[in-house]
Design a protein around this ligand. Structure first.
Ligand code: FAD
Length: 573
């Protein structure tokens, strides 16, 4: 026998008049007890309200935009005794004990809690949800995506694309096509960057909802090995209980303690805000992030100096690539000061004055970007209360399943260490989520590629030539100069080259690097070759399309096995 039941908004704590942002069902739908009927969005969290009972929807009493409180009627359901039993019996993951309250009470229970919604965190949460886990994602900021989407990879690449087009247009003059100097509307550039970021972060929010990943906004701190306290900006606190947890809290820019607090001194986040184009800019730190920002600002007209304590730019990248990069970029910089200390920085009305070791008088700048590395956030989450080991530098040690010393708590991404790159975080995320779901996943990538998205791009993976030499490893180096590539010549990139590194004993490829346009898009092929244990014949005999820049990878492999006909014949030994 069936009856009509009214489904109401259950106890949602202190919240009243919460807007309905989505109706997940329609009249006539048959729902199980676990199915979401509507989604509410308070200023702190998105709450899915499940049916709580199986049946058929005969009437909906709310629409998007309506505001509801505890007791508001959502829908009328035709419920039959048999249907309820059947639905409960067949529901793939029966609602947790407090089905209606899971989403709405101040205390949330979940199978998996992911702390931090950067590329590591959201990828882990989405993978876990796809594997059927009841997942909660905690993030302090309003948008998902972490550093990468909001203040890292994506906004920097949006700006780099715009300035690369300006550079490219300027270079066409020597081929007979001259454009007038561009008119740069910095507000519109900023808007373009924000629109790109917004599209991606909106997409993530929609994907979280589609997967029923509950997003809770606030700063999380562990209480014990199974509980996290989340504090909102308004000071409210709530407790989240979890069976397993993935820590994905990332990293923050290192700030030099001797720099004065002055709006003209920024970190990468400040530089990406693109508030102004300075006439004179100093970049402290010659790493990838600093040089990417130097690329943007120099194209916009800033005269840029770089100061680096160590003896080279882009440390870790083979010197022959960096040499070509510096030649191509000489016009961007007034001074590249290597093995130089920044001794003092004084903010004055007319600019920020900096004294360097070995330079007599202080130099004046309109803007300073400090880009001296990132520090992991492991010490900021009270991990000790959960028993999780964190190093003095904020890093969390993990095993190959990304488990910390507490076996039901995992850690991924920047917080577990170098290389601090988004693609590494995503792969670790999938491993952790799969391990949490009971799968036998392990992180066993042989290599992780790196890219400087500068002009030109520099990309590298695996063992570099310099590293091999330093370690006394017997390697064969095969280089294909782009001066012999028709496509590179046509594109004005004859300065570029592709280099592959082979192990002399196994003949397998163990590393590779490229410099030139789209180097970052091509390095994945070298990474794949390394993962697959390919040798020079495997790569050289793989037919690459002609004429492409990617072809140079096949040609470099031909150089290695002696079959290249696009270069002068090798010298007889
Ligand atoms: P994050 O992206 O740092 O995310 C961590 C999240 O956790 C953040 O959203 C943070 O708000 C949240 N969080 C932290 N603590 C708490 C807490 N207690 N409670 C709640 N939430 C918390 N990498 C690349 O691969 N390619 C690039 O081109 C590239 N470009 C970059 C450019 C710049 C300018 C910068 C700064 C970085 C760049 N990176 C790039 C690095 C990349 O952004 C990071 O490696 C990546 O974002 C790390 O991901 P993650 O998930 O570990 O951490």
């Amino acid at each position: 026998m069936s009856q009509i039941r009214s489904i109401v908004v259950p106890d949602i704590g202190d919240y009243h008049e919460v807007p309905v942002i989505e109706i997940a069902c329609k009249v006539g739908d048959t729902v199980t007890a676990a199915d979401t009927l509507i989604t509410l969005e308070s200023d702190k969290a998105t709450l899915d309200v499940p049916a709580g009972v199986a049946g058929m929807i005969v009437e909906l009493h709310v629409k998007p935009g309506d505001k509801v409180s505890m007791g508001s009627i959502i829908a009328s359901l035709k419920v039959g005794a048999g249907e309820t039993v059947a639905a409960a019996a067949t529901a793939p993951s029966p609602p947790p004990p407090a089905s209606a309250t899971t989403a709405v009470s101040d205390d949330i229970d979940c199978e998996l809690l992911v702390l931090g919604a950067g590329p590591g965190g959201y990828s882990a949460a989405f993978r876990a949800a796809d594997l059927g886990m009841n997942t909660v994602l905690v993030e302090r900021y309003a948008t998902l995506g972490g550093v990468c989407l909001n203040v890292g990879c994506i906004p920097s690449k949006a700006l780099l694309h715009l300035t690369a087009v300006i550079d490219e247009a300027a270079h066409l003059a020597s081929a007979g096509i001259a454009f007038a100097a561009p008119t740069v509307d910095i507000d519109k550039m900023r808007a373009h960057k924000s629109a790109v970021v917004g599209k991606l972060t909106d997409g993530l929010a929609a994907m979280a909802k589609a997967r029923k990943v509950q997003v809770v906004r606030g700063v999380g701190q562990f209480i014990d090995p199974h509980r996290l306290e989340v504090s909102s900006t308004g000071g409210e606190r709530r407790t989240l209980r979890f069976k397993q947890c993935i820590i994905a809290v990332g990293s923050v820019a290192v700030h030099l303690p001797f720099l004065p607090d002055d709006p003209r001194i920024v970190d990468s986040t400040g530089a990406l805000e693109l508030r102004q184009t300075p006439q004179k800019m100093l970049v402290i730190g010659g790493g990838i992030i600093g040089l990417e920002m130097a690329t943007v600002y120099s194209t916009l007209g800033a005269r840029v100096d770089v100061v680096e304590m160590l003896d080279g730019l882009m440390l870790g990248v083979d010197r022959d690539l960096v040499k070509v990069w510096q030649q191509q970029n000489a016009w961007r910089f007034e001074r590249i000061m290597l093995q130089t200390q920044t001794e003092s920085v004084t903010a004055k009305d007319d600019g920020v004055w900096v004294k360097f070791s070995g330079v007599d008088a202080p130099l004046r700048y309109d803007m300073i970007l400090q880009s001296v590395g990132r520090s992991a956030n492991g010490l900021r989450i009270a991990a000790d209360k959960a028993g999780v080991t964190v190093s003095e530098r904020g890093l969390i040690p993990v095993d190959t399943q990304m488990r910390t010393n507490v076996s039901h708590i995992f850690a991924i991404g920047d917080v577990v260490g170098q290389p601090m790159l988004a693609h590494k975080a995503v792969h670790e995320a999938h491993v952790a989520a799969e391990a949490a779901a009971g799968q036998k996943s392990h992180f066993d990538a042989k290599v992780i590629p790196g890219v400087a998205y500068t002009q030109p791009e520099v990309a590298w993976v695996g063992v570099g030539e310099d590293e091999a030499k330093r370690n006394g490893r017997a390697v064969q180096i095969a280089k294909f100069p782009w001066a012999a590539s028709g496509r590179a010549l046509a594109n004005g990139a004859d300065y570029g080259f592709t280099k592959l590194v082979f192990d002399v004993q196994t003949h397998r490829i163990i590393g590779g690097s490229l410099i030139g346009p789209s180097a970052g898009d091509m390095i994945g092929e070298v990474a794949l070759a390394i993962e697959m244990g390919a040798d020079a014949l495997d790569i050289g005999k793989t037919i690459h399309p002609h004429p492409t820049l990617g072809e140079t990878i096949g040609l470099a492999a031909e150089v290695a096995h002696g079959g290249c006909t696009d270069l002068p014949p090798p010298r007889k030994k």
